[in-house]
Design a protein. Sequence first.
Length: 214
Amino acid sequence: MTVKDRPEVFEVLDRAEAALREATSDVERTRASVLEMVREKPGITVAELASQFHFSEEAVIAFVQTVGELLGADRSLSVEAARRGGLLAAASQAWENELGPVLGTAEVRELLGVSRQRVDELLRSKRLIALSDSAGHRQYPAFQFHDGQPLGSLVAAFWTVADAAISPWTAASWCVAPDDDALNGLSPVAWARGGRDDADLARVARQDAARLDQ
């Protein structure tokens, strides 16, 4: 990215923030609509409820089952906690929409054919990209993998930017933001996937890290 009044990475973050605000508003509207529907039709089924809000029945059931498994039979879920859970899910979806799909540790293990310990080793040596969600769970952006293996030049560039005392989420947004000048309009992800010069990508990462750290 070149020096601009508003670097591309902040435009990406603005879009993610706007998506989160919209998702938050959607959660509030959904909650109000659900309460109204339940009042009008106390015996409404999960399938009927899901269809009203374009959720899959499986998603609704999975959410409820997960909450039940975590709380156990002797504890209830407060309205506030349920709303927070919905907001967290919406926030995660907003980021996923911006960055693309994310994988869990088990999925990364399966993709790479390695143990959990090996995944931890790769992460410690900065040969994988992992982001922590609000619950502290690791999420691995799928954009870092190509033909079943991490894109080394991209991962290295990510860590150059992430180590510039900024959020890893910002560094991940940098990876997907097009660079009109230094990378010929391509994002770092597209540059790395196209097999272009690794040294150029590393140089751009160093330059942008220095600018973001100012």
